[in-house]
Design a protein around this ligand. Structure first.
Ligand code: PMP
Length: 286
């Protein structure tokens, strides 16, 4: 099926949507993005994604392409016309193009480029991968120093996924100065003696929208949380582990660098958090 996508004010068949070859998103990875999940035809935590998008744009001195309300309308229209029940909406904003390649930013009146498209993912919530749990490997974190800004510089995370695949695993956790930063496209957690341990927010990791929601729900459920650095050895010795992201929600991790966690099946806390997160998100979906 040909999707209808959104490009700079127009809804078009995906085959007819174009942007300039001089677009700075293409030439310089001068672009930010968001991925919002759709469950039951409704948007999960749209507000969180809109707020983070604004923050990413502000940090890069990039213009807002439209208002939050317009953004919500575009999301909803794409869900409707593409008949998405479960899936994802990808949104990208770039600094646009002034018709040439230059390291210097184009003038402030250059229009940003905005692109949105849907990805249909039936069975997203009821994922067999989550029932099995993920295997991860560890790799050095060699990304740039502003991982809190959600830019499209995804080459290294993409290579990390390929390294994981080559090692027979599902994903990679990245390590800097001996401590786990995050997964290639998710935030990382371990659980020891019932306590959830995760790296505190800083420029070193993306401030996950799902992380924020899951930590709030864990606190409400009287679970113990400690935000601190942890090493990969500590992770391998944990009782359980998991990741969070808008596209996979709470994903249990059952193996790290070949070391099995617990009995090698998803842990109780990860499973419980996935359940609570999906329930609560569905209730709050718009
Ligand atoms: N860290 C990284 C590096 C990511 O790419 C993502 C997903 N975009 C996350 C964490 C999780 O963020 P969110 O919960 O907002 O999807």
């Amino acid at each position: 099926m040909t999707r209808t996508v959104y490009v700079n004010g127009e809804y078009l068949p995906e085959t007819e949507a174009t942007i300039s070859i001089f677009d700075r998103g293409f030439l310089m990875a001068d672009a930010v993005y968001e991925v919002t999940s759709v469950l039951g035809g409704k948007l999960i935590d749209f507000e969180g994604h809109a707020v983070r998008l604004k923050r990413s744009l502000d940090e890069l001195d990039m213009a807002e392409p439209c208002t939050k309300d317009e953004l919500l309308d575009i999301h909803r229209k794409l869900v409707e016309v593409n008949d998405i029940d479960e899936g994802l909406i990808y949104l990208q904003v770039t600094r646009g193009s002034d018709g040439d390649r230059d390291f210097v930013f184009p003038s402030a009146d250059t229009k940003p480029t905005i692109v949105l498209f849907t990805q249909n993912k039936p069975g997203l919530a009821d994922s067999p991968a989550a029932q099995k749990g993920a295997k991860v490997i560890s790799i050095e974190d060699i990304r740039w120093g502003r991982r809190d800004i959600k830019t499209v510089q995804l080459l290294y995370p993409s290579m990390g996924k390929m390294m994981a695949k080559a090692a027979g695993a599902d994903d990679a956790w990245m390590i800097e100065d001996g401590y786990v930063t995050e997964g290639t496209s998710n935030n990382a957690y371990i659980v020891k003696y019932g306590k959830i341990i995760t790296r505190p927010l800083s420029n070193d990791i993306l401030h996950g929208i799902t992380r924020k929601a899951v930590l709030r729900l864990a606190e409400e459920a009287q679970m113990e949380i400690e935000e601190r650095l942890f090493t990969i050895d500590e992770a391998k010795d944990a009782d359980e582990a998991f990741t969070t992201s808008a596209s996979a929600f709470v994903m249990p991790v059952v193996e790290i660098d070949g070391a099995q966690l617990g009995n090698g099946t998803p842990g109780t806390i990860a499973k419980r958090l996935r359940e609570i997160y999906l329930d609560e998100s569905l209730k709050a979906a718009i």
